[in-house]
Design a protein around this ligand. Structure first.
Ligand code: ZN
Length: 203
């Protein structure tokens, strides 16, 4: 199983990190060892002093495919979920400045929080989904998939040009604005359409 992540897919988040709006989707990967095991907390790694949460809508691939055309992309996923792309922002900033790959900042152990999935047909229009995250009871991020620069089906078309998508692969579709740091003891709770999809403790 692989995790394909999309960077810079929401205009407001691009602004908050002072990044350029990309001409094509920005892709990176997390290894399967990045996944937080069920019911485990997120443990802040010792190599970073600025770990950020990024809440993101997730797509689970249900059928193997390569060179998938946009109009058939919806045949390749049945379930939608919510998760967190944990990022060592201090390390990522250093790597970005040097033009180096982001893996250590984005793919470390525990950097992929994968919440619950539901059948996509229960959610209504996937291109107009509200999702949000609370930190210690206050909403810190709020997004709507209508603000994605590249929608789910366009992402699948683009990603599958380069990488064969296999059953069980997960796409992190990018974060809206409001990213920020976590500290010991934080509780992070994620919602799609006001329904809870995960609850995670930070240790
Ligand atoms: Zn992200």
């Amino acid at each position: 199983m692989k995790i394909i992540c999309v960077g810079r897919n929401y205009a407001e988040h691009i602004k908050e990190l002072d990044n350029q709006r990309p001409e094509q989707p920005v892709l990176f990967m997390k290894p399967d060892s990045a996944v937080i095991l069920k019911n485990n907390p997120f443990i802040i790694p010792t190599f970073s002093s600025d770990i950020h949460y990024e809440v993101e809508l997730l797509v689970k691939i249900a059928k193997i495919g390569k060179h998938i055309a946009r109009e058939f992309a919806s045949d390749y996923y049945n379930e939608i979920g919510l998760g967190i792309d944990f990022t060592a922002r201090d390390l990522q900033t250093q790597l970005k400045a040097k033009g180096l790959p982001w893996e250590r900042a984005k793919g470390f152990d525990g950097s992929a929080m994968i919440g619950q999935f539901v059948d996509k047909t229960t959610l209504g229009n996937l291109n107009a989904l509200d999702f949000s995250m609370q930190k210690n009871g206050s909403t810190v991020q709020q997004g709507n998939t209508s603000d994605m620069l590249w929608k789910i089906d366009e992402l699948i078309e683009y990603i599958s040009k380069y990488f064969t998508l296999k059953i069980g692969d997960i796409i992190f579709t990018g974060t809206p604005s409001g990213v920020g740091p976590v500290t010991h003891g934080d509780q992070l709770v994620g919602f799609i359409n006001n329904e809870e999809f995960f609850s995670l403790k930070v240790k």
